[in-house]
Design a protein around this ligand. Structure first.
Ligand code: ADP
Ligand code: MG
Length: 266
């Protein structure tokens, strides 16, 4: 290949244009990739595509970091950190979600199972996947969501808040069922579920089976209508077994008081 070096004016102009575009990696990569392009005989299109691709992937990576920080995860956990030995039965199901297709299809994910089986871990991991794929994510417990929606409602801003939340590709509602939700609050929560239905994804986690959600939301009809919308397009993943937190502590199981209490209430 004929090796012609770029005239210094062009390099200066690239520096100026890259700064104007706020794309510093274009400047970093342009000269180096130009040498590589000349050596390897790339077409002009190949060269331009490679330069732009570097910029785009660097932007995506820093965007993902920001989205992960903004999501409000209690701790950042990834699928790679998850030990499948205790949950091998759900590995294919969770694995198929990591493509992120569920987000573009506005499907939901429900993680059910006793305390310590990895529900929050997996919900967070899928949130991290979503953030890496460019979706905005928000994580909070069911109780926190209720507080947030109640505040918005009190200030007459519920529709605006729901509209704002619809711009998030993924909302995670952790710990449905740990605390009962007042009937008025349950209605607000129902509106959150409705506003996202077939529009954007939700991930919910619960230690209770759906049959006990009526007790949580204080109203069988609201719970039934909500579950109907949630599971219409959803992957329901049921985790089983002993708490991961108690591994190797010589404690086999936790008293499942909440499940029992709600089931006898209903
Ligand atoms: P849950 O939400 O079901 O109560 P968590 O997801 O909070 O349980 O899990 C409890 C703790 O144990 C967390 O620190 C989590 O990261 C860890 N953990 C649970 N299951 C696994 C697993 N299979 N592999 C690795 N860590 C796990
Ligand atoms: Mg949890």
């Amino acid at each position: 290949m004929a090796t012609t070096t770029a005239p210094p004016e062009s390099v200066k102009q690239i520096a100026y244009l890259a700064a104007a575009l706020k794309a510093p990696r274009i400047l970093e990569g342009a000269s180096r990739l130009a040498d590589q392009a000349r050596d390897a005989g790339w077409t002009h299109e190949d060269y331009l595509a490679t330069v732009l691709e570097r910029e785009v992937s660097a932007r995506n990576a820093s965007g993902a970091e920001l989205r992960i920080r903004a999501a409000g995860f209690p701790a950042v956990k990834t699928i790679e950190d998850f030990n499948w030995d205790t949950q091998s039965a759900v590995r294919p199901q969770v694995g198929s979600l990591t493509s992120g297709a569920f987000l573009t299809e506005a499907r939901n994910v429900v993680l059910l199972g006793p305390p310590g089986t990895g529900k929050t871990h997996l919900a967070t991991s899928l949130g991290v996947v979503a953030a890496r794929l460019g979706h905005r994510v928000l994580f909070a417990t069911a109780t926190d969501w209720v507080t947030r929606l109640t505040d918005a409602h009190r200030h007459g801003k519920l529709p605006a808040e729901l509209a704002r939340l619809r711009r998030y590709g993924l909302i995670i509602v952790d710990e449905v069922g740990y605390l009962p939700i007042e009937q008025d609050a349950a209605n607000l929560f129902f509106q959150l579920v409705s506003s996202r239905y077939e529009h954007a994804s939700l991930i919910l986690t619960s230690n209770l089976p759906f049959s006990s959600w009526g007790g949580v939301f204080g109203d069988q009809a609201v719970a039934a209508a909500m579950i109907d919308r949630i599971v219409h397009h959803a992957d329901v993943i049921t985790l089983k077994g002993a708490s991961y937190r108690l591994r190797g502590r010589g404690i086999d199981s936790l008293p499942s008081t909440r499940t029992t209490a709600h089931e006898t209430e209903n």
